[in-house]
Design a protein around this ligand. Structure first.
Ligand SMILES: [Zn+2]
Length: 211
């Protein structure tokens, strides 16, 4: 796909931002979402320090691969360099969702990966969700360090901060976020009943297509 409608893409990003608030995945100005603009070396990302429910499609920021603002009335998210590091390292990724959901954060604070409690999660993440040790996420070195931890997976928890998921498109990246948060919630409750919850190993499932 080389043709795209920039205005529609801005609206799509805003719609998922609002959905993330409705689902309780973010509060205040937490989180950010970006997409790769097809056929270009440019990216659309949410602006810094603006609540999603005050945002309009025209507040979105277009940046180049060096985080220079190409279009838009604001500065990009303070975590823009993390997004750009992922796009540089993962040509399969066209969308990134960063949220700060409670249950994924519980695992980050505990320093424990989110193992495959639900099949829906492992399909999107392609394995257990690893934990990136705490570091300030607006430093340029954070992005590469996080990519090393995430590898070929589609999700990573940032200890003491939040969750980042990626996908071939925005819908898949967002579904991964919701799936990880649901699995984290279930896993935490399962551990109240047993210290050996039954979890799935992505690689032994033989999954070749998404559900
Ligand atoms: Zn954050």
């Amino acid at each position: 796909m080389t043709e795209f409608d920039l205005q529609q893409t801005k609206q799509d990003v805003l719609d998922y931002c609002l959905l993330s608030m409705r689902y309780g995945l973010n509060f205040n100005t937490q989180g950010n979402i970006s997409v790769r603009l097809p056929g270009t070396d440019r990216f659309l990302i949410t602006p810094t320090d603006l609540e999603y429910d005050r945002m309009t499609a025209d507040d979105m920021v277009v940046v180049d691969a060096d985080a220079n603002v190409i279009e838009g009335p604001h500065q990009p998210s303070s975590e823009v360099t993390v997004h750009l590091a992922v796009y540089r390292r993962r040509p399969d990724v066209n969308a990134i969702v960063h949220t700060e959901p409670v249950f994924a954060n519980v695992f980050g604070v505990a320093g424990q990966p989110i193992t495959g409690a639900l099949v829906n999660m492992v399909i999107y993440t392609k394995g257990d969700v690893p934990i990136m040790p705490f570091a300030l996420s607006n430093r340029t070195e954070f992005g590469d360090a996080m990519c090393d931890v995430m590898g070929d997976l589609n999700a990573v928890v940032w200890a003491n901060h939040g969750l980042l998921t990626v996908g071939e498109n925005l819908r898949d990246a967002f579904k991964a976020t919701v799936a990880v948060e649901s699995a984290a919630k279930v896993l935490l409750h399962a551990r109240a009943l047993t210290d050996k919850p039954i979890v799935l190993d992505y690689h032994s499932l033989g999954i070749t297509t998404s559900l």
